[in-house]
Ligand binder design. Structure first.
Ligand SMILES: [Fe+2]
Length: 220
């Protein structure tokens, strides 16, 4: 991440703006502590994610940068027990994924712009074919992927001329999960692991500026 190129943001404003993400992480940690069946867990996380993406003021600039050639996936948080991870997906104009799976549940919440998702399923002779129509996600929309409900899809930016961003929550440390990409022409299935687009994570836990402001107000 080239932080030198980023505009300077007042650290107090930055710390306050990150509150929705900190709250989402705390809420989701409490949810996964309950060890419920996947459908209940996913629905609880979906409600928390809906709250998170209801406003578009909290995503740090460092996790919103597109790449000219391929989409980016920035890790925002990984649960210490790898029960969930939170990632910002940044789509440059016209960018798309290959057809791929996830191997864990995932919720895709649209934050900015839009993306098109096409699901795939195996037909009677084991070939991958489109499953239903492509779905377009607009800001606030949430889509589910899961090995138990349909795990194979291809996603692309709706727009050829602007960046789109979605916030994904997965039931594991998604960058380290062994997954697959599918070649529809040849039928080839290749294993892959996505990793993350940056070795750094935004520091969302420096709330010292908020505490300092409170101390100053109390002392005034
Ligand atoms: Fe995906």
């Amino acid at each position: 991440m080239n932080t030198a190129a980023e505009p300077r943001i007042d650290p107090l404003v930055q710390a306050k703006s990150l509150a929705p993400l900190r709250e989402f992480i705390a809420t989701t940690t409490r949810i996964v502590e309950q060890d419920q069946p996947e459908p209940e867990r996913v629905e609880a996380v979906r409600a928390a994610l809906a709250t998170l993406i209801a406003n578009d003021t909290w995503l740090p600039e460092s996790a919103a940068q597109p790449h000219p050639e391929h989409y980016q996936q920035y890790l925002l948080h990984c649960d210490p027990l790898e029960r969930f991870s939170v990632v910002s997906f940044v789509w440059g104009p016209g960018q798309r994924t290959p057809v791929h799976d996830h191997m864990v549940w995932g919720l895709i919440g649209m934050l900015r712009g839009g993306e098109i998702g096409q699901s795939f399923t195996k037909n009677g002779v084991g070939e991958l074919v489109p499953h239903g129509d492509a779905a377009t996600l607009s800001p606030g929309d949430i889509e589910l992927v899961s090995p138990s409900t349909g795990d194979i899809h291809q996603v692309s930016n709706v727009y050829d001329d602007r960046v789109s961003i979605s916030i994904h929550v997965y039931g594991g440390n998604i960058g380290a999960v062994s997954r697959h990409v599918f070649d529809l022409q040849s039928g080839a299935i290749k294993p892959f692991v996505s990793g993350y687009s940056s070795p750094q994570m935004p520091n969302i836990w420096d709330v010292s500026h908020i505490v300092r402001e409170r101390i100053q107000k109390e002392g005034a």
